[in-house]
Design a protein around this ligand. Structure first.
Ligand code: PSV
Ligand code: MN
Ligand code: MN
Length: 431
C-alpha cells in the first residue's frame, strides 16, 4: 500500500504515548463498566466509523475578499489525493474522497483510480458544478443552471451532471450530489413556481441517467450566491424535489445551509422517517455557511444530530444508509490539520450518541419526564470519549496524536519543494 507517512514513524510516536493512553482507557472502561457499559463495543464502533473528505477541502479556502494560500498546496486531484491519504493515515477514519467536477477532471480516470486504489482510498459521491462558468463556456449560468430561463443553459447543466455520473462510474462512486446556486437577488426577479418547474424538469433528465445502483442527493441552501431566494432554499423544497424525482433521489443536509438556530436534528428525523435522508456535509457555523470546522462551535448540536442517526440505527429504520462527508472552508488553518480534527470531532459525536441509553430515554419520553430525558442525553454527551477514539486509532495503526505526528514531519515544507507553483496559474480549482 502506498503511504505518505512512514508507518514506523507513527508506530514509534504511538509507543511513546501508549502507556498513558492505556491507563486513561482502563480508567474510562472501569467508569463505564459501573453502568454496565462494555467499552470495547464503542472502540469497535469507532474503528468502523468513516467519513469522506471533500477533494476541494484540501486547499486553503477563501472569501470573496481574499484567499491566503499556504505553501505546498495541492495543484491537482492527484496531489489532493496525496493529502487525503495523509489525513487518513493519521486519523484512521477518512478512507474515502468526494470529487468535484470539473475541478477534478482528468484525462485518464483509470490512472486516478489506480492511484487511489494504491492509497486504499475509495471515491464516494461525485459533486457537479453548475454554479460557475468554465473558460470558453458557450452559454452562461449567471441566471441559473437547472432552472435557467434559457434552454441552452439548462441543457448544458443537465449534460454536465450526466458527464459527472460517467466520471464517477469510472472511479467506482455510486452517488451524485447536486447543489445549484440558482435563485434570485431581487424580489420579482424570478417566478418562484416556474423556476422550480424548470429545475424539476431538468433534474428528471439527470435522474433518468442514474445507473440502477446509484443515488442522487440534492443539497439545499438558503442563500448565496442568490441572496433573495434560492430554488432549493430549504429542506421543504428539497424533500419535495426528492419525492417528485423518485426513490433514488434523497436530500443531503449541509449543516451550514440553514438559518441560525434552525433545529437541524429535527429536519434529520423527518428525512429519516420518510426515507429521504441521503447524507451530510458536516461543518459548523455561527452565522450561515461560514464552513467552520465541524464541532468547533456547536458540538452539542452535532451530538443531537447523531442522536437521531443512532436512534435510526437502533430502530433499524428502513432505507437508512446516509453518507457522511466533511464540507468546510479552511481560511486560516492548515486544511490537513482541520480535516483531521473535524473528522475526529464527527466521530466523537457518533460515539457519544451511541452511549445514550435508548430504552431509558424512550421511557422518560413516554412518561413525559422532560428533565430526566434531557439529563439522559447530557449524561452521554458529558462522557469524555477521547481515550476510546485514540485507542481506535492506535488499533488501526493510525496516530494516537495525529496533529503531533503531522507537525513533526514538516509536510508543507516538503510539499513546497515537490509542488512548485506556476506564478501565472489562476488556482488549482480550489475555492
Ligand atoms: C455550497 O455552499 C457547497 O456546500 C456545496 O456542497 C458545493 O458543492 C460546495 O459548497 C463547494 O463549493
Ligand atoms: Mn456542501
Ligand atoms: Mn456550503
Amino acid at each position: 500500500m502506498l503511504r505518505r507517512i512512514e508507518s514506523s514513524l507513527i508506530k514509534d510516536k504511538n509507543e511513546e504515548l501508549y502507556t498513558d493512553l492505556k491507563s486513561d482507557y482502563d480508567a474510562l472502561a472501569e467508569k463505564l463498566g459501573r453502568d454496565g457499559i462494555d467499552i470495547e463495543k464503542f472502540t469497535e464502533a469507532a474503528e468502523k466509523f468513516q467519513i469522506a473528505v471533500p477533494s476541494w477541502g484540501t486547499g486553503t479556502g477563501g472569501t470573496r475578499f481574499a484567499r491566503f494560500p499556504l505553501k505546498g498546496e495541492p495543484r491537482n486531484i492527484f496531489e489532493k489525493l496525496e493529502d487525503c491519504s495523509v489525513i487518513n493515515e493519521l486519523s484512521g477514519c477518512t478512507d474515502s474522497v468526494s470529487p468535484h467536477f470539473p475541478w477534478d477532471k482528468v484525462d485518464d480516470f483509470s490512472e486516478l483510480k489506480q492511484t487511489s486504489d494504491e492509497y486504499g482510498i475509495k471515491w464516494v459521491s461525485v459533486n457537479s458544478n453548475t454554479f460557475q462558468d468554465q473558460p470558453g463556456q458557450e452559454t452562461s449560468y449567471k441566471y441559473g443552471s437547472m432552472s435557467n430561463t434559457q434552454q441552452s443553459s439548462r441543457d448544458l447543466a443537465i449534460q454536465h451532471n450526466l458527464d459527472c455520473i460517467e466520471y464517477g462510474q469510472q472511479l467506482g462512486a455510486n452517488s451524485l450530489t447536486v447543489w445549484v446556486g440558482d435563485g434570485s437577488n431581487h424580489p420579482g426577479q424570478q417566478h418562484f413556481q416556474k423556476a422550480f418547474e424548470r429545475y424539476l424538469s431538468s433534474m428528471e433528465k439527470v435522474y433518468a441517467g442514474l445507473p440502477s445502483d446509484w443515488e442522487m442527493h440534492i443539497e439545499h441552501k438558503m442563500f448565496e450566491p442568490a441572496f433573495y431566494s434560492t430554488v432549493i432554499q430549504d429542506w421543504g423544497s428539497n424533500i419535495l424535489a426528492a419525492m417528485h424525482l423518485g426513490p433514488k433521489c434523497k436530500s443531503l443536509v449541509d449543516l451550514g445551509h440553514h438559518a441560525p438556530n434552525t433545529n437541524i436534528e429535527m429536519i434529520v428525523s423527518r428525512l429519516i422517517q420518510f426515507k429521504k435522508l441521503g447524507g451530510f456535509h458536516f461543518n459548523d457555523s455561527k452565522y450561515g455557511d461560514d464552513d467552520l470546522d465541524s464541532g468547533s462551535l456547536h458540538p452539542y448540536q452535532q451530538f443531537l444530530i447523531f442522536n437521531e442517526l443512532v436512534d435510526a440505527e437502533y430502530r433499524q429504520q428502513a432505507e437508512f444508509d446516509p453518507s457522511y462527508m466533511l464540507d468546510q472552508s479552511h481560511n486560516v488553518t492548515d486544511p490537513i490539520e482541520s480535516l483531521i480534527v473535524s473528522a475526529i470531532e464527527v466521530q466523537r459525536s457518533y460515539i457519544k450518541a451511541l452511549l445514550v441509553d435508548r430504552e431509558s430515554l424512550y421511557g422518560y419520553q413516554e412518561s413525559n419526564d422532560a428533565m430526566m430525558a434531557s439529563l439522559e442525553l447530557k449524561k452521554a454527551f458529558n462522557v469524555d470519549v477521547t481515550p476510546i477514539l485514540a485507542m481506535a486509532r492506535y488499533r488501526q495503526s493510525a496516530a494516537i496524536n495525529p496533529i503531533g505526528v503531522y507537525r513533526s514531519i514538516d509536510y508543507r515544507t516538503r510539499m513546497d519543494k515537490d509542488r512548485p507553483r506556476d506564478p501565472n496559474a489562476s488556482g488549482s480549482g480550489i475555492v
